[in-house]
Write a protein that binds this ligand. Structure first.
Ligand code: ZN
Length: 297
C-alpha cells in the first residue's frame, strides 16, 4: 500500500530532495512530471511525498507558494534576519532603509541584527543604538549584540517559519550562520556526509532547524534591486509613512509638495527621521530613472 506524507524540502543534494516529514527526513526524487511542466521543487516548498510498501518514495506535488525569493531561490520565506554591521563596512542608514523597503515590498517581515558591535568604540556604538531605537519604535525587532541574538532568535522563530539572512557582503552573514549551527545537533548532518562524498555534488541552499522553524543556510541577499516597484506605491513600504498618511489631506499623497501632508509635518517635528525621508526621495529617483545608482551596485 502506498501512503502520502506532507513535508518541507530542507535541501537538495545531487538530484535528491531531503523532505522533513512528521516522522523524520525522507530522501526522495521528484517525479518526471515536474520537468515536463517546467516546475522545480525548491528548498522551502511544502510538498507531498508518496511512499510505497518497499519504501520507494517520490515527491509528487508542490503546494502553492507564499513567495519565491533570492538566489539560490528559497520558497515560502516568512522572515528575514537583516544583518547590518556596526563597522567594516561602516554602518549605513541608507542601506538599512533600502533593505527594509525592499522586503516590505516583498511582504516579508524583518528583524535587524547589528553585527560586529563588539569591535566598535563605545560612543560610536551608542550613536548606532540610538538610530536603531527608532527602527524598533516603528516595528522592527532589533538585536544589537550576539548574546541577545543567540538567546532570543530561537524563541522568535515560530512553528514552520522559514527565516533567511540578508545584508551587505562583509556584514558577517556566514560567520553568523556558522555560530548558530555550532549550537545545534543537526539531524541532517549524518545523512549529508554519507551522500556528499562525490566530487560533483553541488550544494544549494539548505534549511536547518532552529526554534520551532527553520533558518536557511545561505549567505542570502546582498544586492537588491527595487526598480520594479511602482513609483506611487513606494511610500506604502515605509511603515511609519503609511501609518501617518491617513492624516494627509489628499488620498494617495506622495508626501512631496502636497499641502497639509502629515508625513512632512512629522518629519519637521522630528518624529519621523529626516534620514528616512531623504532615503525615500533617493529611492523615488532611483525608480524614476529605472536603475540603481552605480555606487550601490
Ligand atoms: Zn502626505
Amino acid at each position: 500500500m502506498t501512503k502520502q506524507v506532507e513535508g518541507i524540502v530542507m535541501g537538495l543534494i545531487a538530484g535528491f530532495y531531503d523532505v522533513q516529514t512528521e516522522s523524520g527526513i525522507v530522501r526522495t526524487r521528484a517525479r518526471g512530471v515536474f520537468r515536463k511542466n517546467k516546475e522545480k521543487p525548491t528548498v522551502g516548498d511544502h510538498v507531498q511525498v508518496q511512499i510505497d510498501e518497499q519504501g520507494t518514495s517520490y515527491l509528487v506535488a508542490i503546494m502553492p507558494r507564499q513567495n519565491l525569493i533570492g538566489r539560490p531561490a528559497l520558497a515560502n520565506v516568512s522572515h528575514v534576519l537583516l544583518v547590518v554591521s556596526a563597522v567594516e563596512p561602516d554602518f549605513s542608514l541608507q542601506l538599512l532603509d533600502r533593505y527594509l523597503t525592499f522586503f516590505s515590498w516583498q511582504k516579508v517581515a524583518v528583524s535587524i541584527y547589528l553585527s560586529k558591535s563588539d569591535i566598535l568604540a563605545a560612543d560610536k556604538l551608542q550613536e548606532i543604538r540610538h538610530e536603531l531605537d527608532y527602527y524598533a519604535s516603528i516595528g522592527y525587532p532589533v538585536y544589537d549584540d550576539w548574546a541577545k541574538l543567540a538567546a532570543e532568535l530561537p524563541k522568535a522563530i515560530t512553528q514552520d517559519q522559514i527565516w533567511t539572512l540578508a545584508g551587505q557582503s562583509g556584514a558577517g552573514k556566514s560567520t553568523l550562520i556558522n555560530h548558530l549551527k555550532k549550537d545545534l545537533k543537526q539531524e541532517t548532518a549524518a545523512i549529508s556526509t554519507s551522500l556528499n562524498r562525490g566530487k560533483h555534488t553541488t550544494r544549494t541552499v539548505q534549511l536547518f532547524s532552529l526554534g520551532e522553524g527553520f533558518l536557511a543556510d545561505t549567505p542570502g541577499f546582498s544586492a537588491i534591486d527595487f526598480t520594479p516597484i511602482k513609483l506611487n506605491e513606494l511610500c506604502n513600504y515605509f511603515s511609519e509613512f503609511k501609518k501617518a498618511s491617513v492624516n494627509c489631506k489628499f488620498r494617495g499623497c506622495q508626501h512631496l509638495k502636497e499641502p497639509r501632508c502629515a508625513v512632512k509635518e512629522l518629519v519637521q517635528e522630528g518624529k519621523i527621521r529626516q534620514s528616512r525621508y531623504d532615503d525615500y526621495l533617493l529611492m523615488r529617483n532611483e525608480i524614476a530613472n529605472g536603475r540603481m545608482p552605480e555606487y550601490l551596485k
